[in-house]
Design a protein around this ligand. Sequence first.
Ligand code: TGC
Ligand code: FAD
Length: 392
Amino acid sequence: MKPDLFQAPDYYQIDDLLSDEHKMVRDAARSWVKREVSPIIEEYAQRAEFPKQIIKGLADIGAFGPYIPQEYGGAGLDQISYGLIMQEIERGDSGVRSTASVQSSLVMYPIFKYGTEAQRKKYLPKLASGEFMGCFGLTEPDHGSNPGGMTTNFKEEGEYYVLNGAKLWISNAPFADLAVVWAKDASGRIHGLIVERGMEGFTTPETHNKWSLRASATGELIFDNVKVPKENLLPGKSGLGAPLGCLDSARFGIAWGAIGAAMDCYDTALRYAKERIQFDKPIGGTQLQQKKLAEMITEITKAQLLAWRLGVLRDQGKATSAQISMAKRNNVDMAIKIAREARQILGGMGITGEYSIMRHMMNLESVITYEGTHDIHLLITGMDITGLSAFS
Ligand code: TGC
Ligand code: FAD
């Protein structure tokens, strides 16, 4: 792969909206990605393997629990810092950002928000340091967009809950030490349970043959009469709103992360267009290529402003779930379109692993589907503005 020459675009001086701390956190993540992710990621993606050696580095840059309080091992940062870290990691690879998103928003967040003090103390510091890795089991083979229909269930048996069912498409599952699993009790109410690797009847087979997020490990969670100790239930919130509340945090991170992938595609295409000579002049001097590049920077700038404003609202505790849906949907769509256009600017070179664009493009096919598909987020906006649900 080519050396990482990335220079971040900032067409509207959005840096001026950031504090010194934001810039420090962002720059640390950016340097780490250049040093530790860019040189190896193409090879790991080609091999369809998660580079486990980067776990410690992710923990060191604060990517595991950026906004979890320091007393539990988190970085104690604000939402914009969290967003900026996700942006920088996804600039390297969406699969690496996935690992960090799941650990922070889908494992640490529910334990912090809905867990007991004993659960927080037991799990959060080890998740923050990367000693424990986690995954989040919501999606099932027959219930993806409609998680409320889940059939995974548990019933009380003495000191335990006995868990049965299966989850599909679970990021980090093949190597996770623990899983936050959403399942129905005997009355059909949804609860979160912490299931640990090694519990009898719990297996995590890996999902192979992905053309997308190849550097992220995806798998199933199978529960065959797993005896989960009662103290592993998250008591703070039940019902579908509990897992969906975690998704708000992860979708916010994706809204920022997608900007990173788009920036990398734009920056690569811009450099290539200025250097590549056809018909005795740089292709960047042609109107058609300039149109592509000018539209890319316009869309990136709009996405940056959307994400920044959403971060401010999140920090003020005022962001709605529907606002988060809009940003996730818009920014991922923006990134995937930019990846496709950028690939064309590179011509044949665009399909090779010499450049990051095709990898971003394939990764974004997952990002536009997980955490709520492109269409589901549109319907969430539709429901918000009309007050009418298209789901039921
Ligand atoms: P609905 O009746 O609308 O809502 C049920 C209850 O949930 C509440 N709620 C929310 N609460 C917090 N945050 C949100 N975003 C919420 N959205 C809804 C709602 O108020 C209600 O509460 P209550 O108290 O009245 O019961 O539910 P529905 O069954 O009609 O479904 C709504 C729908 C379709 C929007 C929702 O189910 C949905 O978002 N579907 C998409 C599924 C999804 O996003 N799955 C993601 C799986 S995890 C994943 O993909 C990880 S990828 C990780 C990576 O690698 O980065
Ligand atoms: P379906 O729900 O079957 O949807 C198929 C199509 O139908 C989509 O286009 C959808 O938009 C459309 N559709 C569905 N309902 C409607 C409707 N009412 N109106 C109009 N159109 C509709 N899940 C987890 O729980 N944890 C994870 O860590 C995780 N990681 C993932 C990693 C990867 C790489 C992938 C690909 C997925 C991951 N997921 C995870 C699952 C992901 O959240 C689901 O794939 C996603 O929610 C969509 O569900 P589905 O694939 O079952 O599609």
